[in-house]
Design a protein around this ligand. Structure first.
Ligand SMILES: Nc1nc2c(ncn2[C@@H]2O[C@H](COP(=O)(O)OP(=O)(O)O)[C@@H](O)[C@H]2O)c(=O)[nH]1
Ligand SMILES: [Mg+2]
Length: 361
């Protein structure tokens, strides 16, 4: 079993106790997540000839395996585009040019594309290899190493409550992802308070409560109210009611809508008034189909708010997936979760090596 969240100490609620393996020794600093199905990836792109861990962990849950299969199928087109570059008999300058084009077409962006191709050129030179298949293996390692800083587990339980602010453009998947996270949190025994700070949409509350177990989850919402006021009330109520987690769903906005970005900063400031240590996480939800625009969103929201994590949704659509390499190279903010569909199981934790494999095979 992999765990969705790392807990600093067991939740106080009366739900089923979590397995000891899921607990983090108190005082430990947040390590890169190693709790999910794939074995630890190789850290060094410079040693691509080292033994390769197998693909899917045989101990992975059926949900994880199904999710991974869906991710691989979705990114299959990107994978065959990149793989075809290595189909020839030898390594020549044309191969590197084709690789550059394939990576750019996969949304990896200029910086990550140059980084990866340079890495491979050096590898080919120092190893004196002429085998394209070996070069493809080296790419898998280099890509895994590039993505590794994004692999991190969301910590819950260090603060009471852990306040999580969720942001993103309209339709990115904020409310859906919050719903899924709420269910996962409630299932693992955490008490959750939701703040419907998307006060413009009457449907927001219903949309949230579809996911929520009404016995363990409460929602603070006030239609038409100031989103910052709703957030303040939610954090105050979360403290008073001793909740484990407060999830704040905000209204969608474009980074170019400056007044709305100011409103988001105000929400953050007001949350701090209710709890000076909060928000403990500021998440940006990005639609995987938006390609390089996703990187622009990451930059803008990070500049405005100081992001602590990302959720990348809709990697089941036409998404090419390479944007994670671009993010890793230019704004390495942890990717806590990846969504490949609308169902509960279709939001899973991010693993660098698994993702690199899905992009390449
Ligand atoms: N295919 C797919 N659809 C998703 C995913 N996540 C969210 N959606 C859908 O995207 C639409 C917008 O989601 P919503 O959560 O309302 O976005 P919000 O405006 O950011 O709150 C809804 O129809 C969701 O069901 C995903 O991972 N895959
Ligand atoms: Mg919403």
């Amino acid at each position: 079993m992999f765990s969705f969240f790392k807990k600093k100490f067991p939740f106080h609620s009366n739900a089923a106790p979590s397995s000891p393996a899921a607990e983090e020794p108190s005082g430990a600093s947040a390590p890169a997540a190693a709790s999910i199905s794939a074995p630890a990836p190789l850290a060094e792109p410079a040693k691509p000839t080292a033994a390769k861990p197998p693909g899917t962990d045989p101990g992975a849950t059926p949900e994880r395996k199904g999710w991974l299969a869906k991710l691989k199928a979705s990114l299959g087109k990107t994978a065959s585009g990149i793989s075809s570059v290595f189909g020839g008999a030898r390594i020549d300058p044309a191969l590197f040019e084709e690789l550059e084009s394939a990576l750019l077409m996969a949304d990896a962006g200029v910086a990550a594309t140059e980084f990866l191709t340079e890495n491979l050129r050096k590898y080919a030179k120092t190893q004196g290899t002429s085998d394209p298949a070996a070069l493809k293996e080296a790419l898998l390692d280099a890509l895994t190493a590039l993505l590794l800083p994004l692999q991190k587990t969301l910590f819950i339980g260090q603060h009471q409550p852990t306040v999580v602010m969720v942001t993103g453009v309209n339709g990115a998947g904020k409310t859906t992802s919050i719903g899924k996270l709420t269910r996962h949190l409630a299932d693992s025994g955490a008490t959750v308070l939701l703040a419907a700070a998307d006060t413009f949409r009457a449907a927001a509350r219903e949309q949230l409560s579809i996911w929520a177990d009404r016995n363990t989850v409460e929602i603070i919402s006030q239609e038409g109210a100031d989103p910052a006021a709703v957030s303040f009330d939610a954090v105050s109520a979360g403290k008073a009611r001793n909740k484990d987690v407060v999830l704040i769903d905000t209204a969608g906005r474009l980074p170019t809508q400056l007044h709305l970005m100011e409103e988001l900063k105000k929400i953050k400031r007001v949350i701090q008034k209710a709890d000076p240590s909060a928000p403990h996480e500021v998440l940006l939800v990005i639609d995987g189909n938006t390609g390089q625009n996703a990187l622009a969103q990451v930059r803008a929201f990070d500049d405005a708010l100081g992001l602590t994590g990302l959720i990348v949704t809709k990697l089941d659509g036409t998404a090419k997936g390479g944007v994670l390499a671009a993010i890793a190279r230019e704004r390495p903010i942890p990717v806590y979760f990846i969504g490949v569909g609308e169902k509960l199981d279709e939001l899973q934790t991010f693993n660098a090596r698994e993702f690199a494999q899905a992009l390449l095979s």
